[in-house]
Structure formats: C-alpha cells, structure tokens
Design a protein around this ligand. Structure first.
Ligand code: 5CA
Ligand code: ZN
Length: 416
C-alpha cells in the first residue's frame, strides 16, 4: 500500500544518545540496541472509522522512537499494517449498507491525511492484510504441516494454533493463565468454544461463512485470516525475527502481541519475535478509554476541519507521557495552542538564549523512555528566557532550536 509523504527532517549537529524504552516483557526500562538499521513494527489501524486522538497518541509515541533513533545515527526500517479485513470492518459496512472495501479505502485515506498533517514519519512498508493473505495462508499451512496447528472438527474449517506446544507463550505479557482467560473472553477470543485443544488457542484462519468475503486458504479451506497471524506474517516478511521494537497501544499487550509473538516464534523456531514490546497508554474522554465501540471519540480530522493547527494537537498529545493513561480535554488543546504560539514567537527572533543546552535537554529527556513532558519543559524554559531578553543571547539560536524541535518532537515552528 501507499503510505504517506514524509515531512522534512532537519539534521542536527552530532549524534543523539541511545534510546531507552520500557519493555513490557521484561517489565523495565532497557536500552534499545539496534544495528545500523533499527527495525520497528507498529500495529496499524482497522479502518472502519476515522483516526481518533487515542490512535494519534499511539502513533506519535512511536514517531518519537523513530526520530530519536534517526538522531542517534540509525536508519530505521519501520513497518505498519492496515487490518483491512476483520470483523469490525464487516460489521460497520453491514450496518451502514456500504461495501467493506470502499469503507476501508476511505478510512485509510483519511488516516494518511491525518498522519501527514501531524508530521508523522511514514513507514517504509505499509502493508494491508488483504494483500498479505497469500503469505498468511502459506504460514498457516506451515504450522499445520508441523502439527502445531489444527483444523477444528466441526465443519467450519476454522484453524487454531496449539499453544500448549508454544514454549514462549505468556512471556510477552507476563500474565498468568487466569488473567489471559479473562482478557481473552473480553477481547474477541473464544475460550469456551467446544472442540479446541486448549481454551487459550487463538484463531489462525476462519473458514468461509455465508455472506462474508473469502479467499483460498490452507488445506483448500476458503476463508479469511485471523488477526494475530496477520501481524506475525507481515513482520516476518519485512523485518524478520528479532527486530527492535514491536509497538502498539496497551490494549494490544494481550492477546494480540502475545499471539503474534507466539505464531512467529513457532514459525521461525527461534526467539524472540521482538527484542522489546513497547506499549502506549490509553487516551480517554469523559472518564473512559476512547474507543470506536464506546463511541466517545474525538477525531483528528474533525479538529483539522475546525481549523485547529495539527501542531497544537501534536503538542497537546505529547504533553503527557506515553505510558500514562490520560484524558483528552479542551483545556489540554488550548494550553498547547498557547505554548505553540509562545514557541513560535521565540523561534521567529534573530537571536535568543543559547541553543546547545536545549538540544542536549531535548535529546536527554526523549532518550529516557520518551519523556516528552520533560522535553517540552526544556523548550518552554528556552522560549521564556529568549522572550524575556535577559541573560546571554546568541545569534541564530532560535533557528537552531526550531530545527531541534522539528527533528525531535516533530513540531514545526517556522513556516515550511
Ligand atoms: N488493527 C489493529 C492492530 S493490528 C488495531 O488495534 N487497530 S485499531 O484501529 O483498533 O487501533 C490502532 C492503534 O491505536 C492500536 O495500536 C491501538 O492499541 C491504539 N489505540 C486504540 N485506542 C486507543 C486509545 N484510546 N488510546 C491510545 N491508543 C489507542
Ligand atoms: Zn497488529
């Protein structure tokens, strides 16, 4: 699939520090250790509705990962999927009497526009589930051949992964079986379905149902792919095993990232799928997680339509730490608008407070598990000193700070 156009990325003097991130599997902040090319897979949208601020916050967190790695001198191979076939897409299309393909294409196009407006660096590979179906089928076939998967004996043609044969099962989330069972039931799993070998076995392939789209599948069974094998396959076919960061929102810790890892590790016969599993906390509205099923959504495109500067949206979402569940409020946006105006006033001056400490502060804060509030505070202090006119001033400092803010926080201060 086509991704979206890349924003300009200023090059900053000298390399930035090593990025440390909280890894869900190890339960602590660890140094990332990418090779020359850092490899990252971030779970993409299910395009049945517009991008809300929760999605945007998650993609902004991983955009910071991308930016900090690039600043440290790495190339980044970033992969993102689009779940352009799945139950919610078909349900929404059915509800609205719309073609599911048209719905998916329209919402994906809107997502691209939102990401472009928010100056998110695009993935190198942007892969739709439908396009990946032949590759997914081949993977499911392999798991069946190796006796690690089975076709349910009830005539549906549904195929499951036998997790009792997956030694790494549970290592990504660290959850015990009772927690996994509860979350499985809550998040689309089917622990009570008769005929499964283990209650926690995940669906790899769903046999054709009347009225649903289907494709030729493993063992000649027409149907459509399960969700977790989609991301396992796309990651394996683009960046391979042992990549640096698997990313997504915290609602993906279990079951999605657990099963993607288990599928891939079973296929590859090696561990780990990802060297770090990184999760962004949830954005809420009116006391509840912002989610399409709850309908309590604020859309990026709606704000853009109202004339809100996307850079203020970006700044508002980055003003909280990515691992803190937090609420979207109108005050958050107006504070960001005020801050953006202040930063822009300071950045437009020919001279200002010295730039080097701001660059060092931004780098140091972001490398420490993406402390964006700390990074923002460093720029606030610089803007205040610059606008006050007190203290040491340096010719050209505002332009240098604007470059640093653009490259590291992705916030454009000067007209492009
Ligand atoms: N297509 C799958 C991933 S393969 C999916 O989860 N799609 S999604 O459209 O439901 O979510 C897209 C991304 O936004 C996921 O990483 C998800 O964890 C994240 N997300 C969803 N809701 C929120 C929220 N309220 N706050 C923060 N992130 C969220
Ligand atoms: Zn995914």
């Amino acid at each position: 699939m086509l991704a979206w156009p890349a924003p300009l990325l200023p090059t900053l003097p000298g390399p930035g520090p090593v990025l440390r991130l909280f890894d869900t599997a190890r339960g602590e902040v660890v140094a990332t250790e990418p090779g020359r090319v850092a490899r990252m897979y971030v779970c993409g949208i299910t395009p049945y509705d517009a991008t809300h601020l929760g999605h945007a916050a998650t993609y902004l967190a991983f955009d910071l990962v991308n930016r900090v790695w690039r600043d440290a001198g790495h190339a980044v191979h970033y992969v993102q999927n689009v779940t352009d076939i799945d139950d919610p897409l078909l349900e929404r299309a059915e509800r609205d009497g719309e073609d599911w393909i048209v719905l998916g294409m329209r919402e994906t196009a809107l997502f691209r526009e939102d990401m472009t407006a928010l100056r998110v660096l695009p993935p190198e590979d942007y892969v739709g589930a439908v396009a990946a179906i032949p590759a997914i089928v081949a993977r499911v076939e392999t798991l069946l051949d190796e006796g690690l998967a089975y076709v349910l004996d009830d005539g549906t043609g549904d195929v499951y992964h036998d997790v009792s044969q997956a030694p790494g099962f549970g290592e990504e989330s660290g959850y015990d079986p009772a927690t996994m069972l509860a979350l499985s039931a809550e998040r689309g799993g089917d622990p009570d379905r008769p005929g499964k070998r283990n209650r926690l076995d995940p669906l790899l392939w769903r046999g054709r149902r009347e009225g649903e789209p289907s494709w030729p599948g493993p063992r000649g069974i027409d149907g459509r792919p399960g969700w977790h094998i989609e991301c396992a396959t796309i990651a394996l076919d683009t960046i391979g095993m042992g990549f640096d960061v698997q990313g997504g929102g915290s609602d993906l810790v279990f079951p999605h990232h657990e099963y993607s890892a288990v599928h891939a590790e079973a296929l590859a016969g090696t561990k780990p799928f990802a060297r770090a599993y990184v999760h962004a906390a949830m954005i809420g509205l009116h006391g509840e997680k912002m989610s399409k099923s709850r309908g309590n959504l604020v859309f990026v495109s709606k704000l853009r339509g109202e004339g809100v500067d996307p850079m203020a949206v970006r700044l508002a979402l980055l003003s909280g730490h990515y691992r803190t569940d937090r609420a979207w409020t109108p005050d958050l946006l107006s504070a960001a608008e005020g801050r953006l105006a202040t930063w822009r006033r300071a950045a437009a001056l020919p001279a200002g407070a010295p730039a080097a400490p701001v660059l060092a502060g931004l780098r140091e804060r972001l490398a420490d598990d993406l402390d964006s509030p700390g990074a923002i505070a460093a720029v606030d202090a610089w803007a205040a000193a610059t606008l006050s006119g007190d203290g040491e001033t340096e010719e050209g400092a505002p332009a240098m700070v604007a470059d640093a803010v653009d490259a590291l926080l992705g916030v454009q201060l000067q007209e492009g």
